[in-house]
Design a protein around this ligand. Sequence first.
Ligand SMILES: NC(=O)c1ccc[n+]([C@@H]2O[C@H](COP(=O)([O-])OP(=O)(O)OC[C@H]3O[C@@H](n4cnc5c(N)ncnc54)[C@H](OP(=O)(O)O)[C@@H]3O)[C@@H](O)[C@H]2O)c1
Length: 272
Amino acid sequence: MTERARTVVAITGASSGIGHAIAVAFARRDAHVFLHGRNELALARVAREVVAAGGRATVVAGDVTVESDRRHFAEVVHRDAGRLDVLVNNAGRGYYASVDTIDAEAIEALFRLNVVAPIRLTQLMLGDLAWAKGAVVMMSSVAGVVAAPQLGAYAATKFALEAIAMSLRAEVAAKGVRVLVVRPGPVETPFRANSLHTDGKIGYRPAAAKAQSPDEVAEMVVRGVSRGTAVIETSRFVRVASLAARVAPGPFRWLSVKMAERGGATHAARAD
Ligand SMILES: NC(=O)c1ccc[n+]([C@@H]2O[C@H](COP(=O)([O-])OP(=O)(O)OC[C@H]3O[C@@H](n4cnc5c(N)ncnc54)[C@H](OP(=O)(O)O)[C@@H]3O)[C@@H](O)[C@H]2O)c1
């Protein structure tokens, strides 16, 4: 395939989990994938998988919360490809804490990662996206529409991301740019181990029960982009929770209280 014919995709958080799976899913469709994250070794491993799957890979190591690193990412994509078909704003982190224990600095850092970084990267790459009449993917969560006990801080960042995506979709429609919001429930990735926890412990935590595979989510994202879908709720669990919160808010509030009484974090972990 000629380089000009390849779909150009930029993915943050491509070194692990869902971002890694999205990179390989696009590579199977011959895409040129720009892989972003801080862990260069992990990115190099993903790059090898991308090439083995038929794609082309460019690794750009950096921290999405650092403005100079974001500019560098946008500049590399512009210099090497000159256009951008898909920007996947996927890098993110969880924070499990009851509201009375949320640390102010930790939640500010979480907003810089989960909200400010996607806004800035979208701003920096909008020219190349408009040129290609491309798509922005915002990796939200069921926590973007439902705030379970212990997940108030994390949900606040995803609610904010949903608001940005909703405004952005209307604002860039005239440029031919589409916006896809993805709401997974629990997915089998190191997400929970990498999350902040009130107990201060970071480390292995088993994936939540009935977690989806990252590959399944990635396939939905690739199909959603090609169909111009606006929102994907990736599992029945997400669709039921999202609908119940809107159409039966009273019973939903009652259920949330029961979850909190039963020991929030464990049960709330289902609503990653
Ligand atoms: N897994 C779930 O259950 C679940 C459910 C709903 C939504 N989500 C969302 O899906 C997205 C991906 O999560 P995941 O499950 O794949 O988790 P993960 O395996 O922990 O991956 C997180 C990714 O974000 C990157 N990242 C974190 N901080 C970064 C920073 N400061 N700069 C650059 N990259 C950074 C990490 O790369 P480096 O460490 O290399 O920087 C990593 O590639 C997140 O937005 C998360 O909120 C996950």
